[in-house]
Design a protein. Structure first.
Length: 267
């Protein structure tokens, strides 16, 4: 058949690949637990206070790959796989690189090549997740902590911004792979307050409202391929409705406690 006769048209409705990162304890794992029939591959010990189904704590990259393989070949009814968290997965990947190269630290591999070797292992994980998505119809949620990095913008002076707490090569790879990169944070307002001698300063005021930001701004890394609102409450039900093209404000009004997920022990 000629290649031109095989051209595909229209949208392809595949499960989403979601990367959610944010500050410690804000509710990222809770977000994952609210997805459709989720199962966690845990690389850090932080799910004790969350009602969810999970594989035993992974002690090596091999344990993570074995869990992905079991989900691919085994009989189950899970619809979402959650890796919690990427930054602890990265430690397992680095340890695997060190075993391969017979060194004690990834820094012992000269010319920063250790981080390049790690990328091949990241690709192996992402390939396993892609197989679950395309062949088993599973949504993928990747959870990561946030860090503050100095961003060298060629158009401005350098400035600080939030980004996933991963090595820059791994972070770039995972962000490119994901359909959505979502930043979980607290809603903060500023107000002017008086100081001595009639001077004023801006003071941050927080209400405790937890939100997701979906679009990259100077303060944070983010992206989405769905035309999502720039921010909405940190609640998977709201994200899922938006991904289906439903009306977010109506859902936000009816979603119980949408802005305040239950506290969590880990991510």
């Amino acid at each position: 058949m000629p290649l031109l006769d095989r051209i595909q048209r229209g949208k392809t409705a595949l499960p989403r690949r979601v990367m959610l990162y944010g500050t410690h304890g804000i509710g990222k794992s809770t977000f994952g637990s609210m997805a459709e029939r989720p199962v966690f591959i845990q690389t850090e010990d932080g799910l004790a206070n969350i009602e969810c189904e999970r594989f035993p704590l992974a002690a090596s990259l091999g344990d993570v790959l074995a869990a992905l393989s079991e989900l691919y070949t085994g009989k189950h009814e899970y619809r979402t796989v959650v890796i919690d968290s990427l930054d602890w997965l990265e430690r397992l990947i680095w340890a695997d690189v060190c075993r391969d190269r017979d060194v004690n630290s990834i820094e012992d591999i000269g010319y920063a090549k250790g981080y390049a070797f790690a990328i091949d292992k990241w690709r192996e994980v992402l390939a396993g997740l892609d197989a679950l998505r395309t062949d088993r119809g599973m949504t993928v949620i990747l959870i990561a902590h946030a860090k503050i990095e100095k961003f060298e913008n060629p158009e401005t002076e350098p400035y600080d911004r939030y980004s996933p707490r991963l090595h820059k090569l791994a972070s770039a790879l995972v962000q490119e792979w994901a359909d959505e990169v979502l930043f979980a944070t607290y809603k903060v307002h500023t107000r002017k307050v008086d100081e001595n001698f009639g001077q004023k300063k801006h003071q941050g005021v927080g209400t405790g409202e937890r939100i997701i930001r979906t679009t990259e701004r100077p303060a944070h890394v983010a992206k989405n391929r769905l035309g999502l609102p720039e921010e909405f409450p940190l609640d998977y039900r709201i994200y899922a409705a938006l991904a289906r093209g439903e009306d977010a404000p109506a859902l936000a009004d009816t979603a119980p406690d949408a802005a305040a997920p239950a506290p969590e022990q880990g991510a």
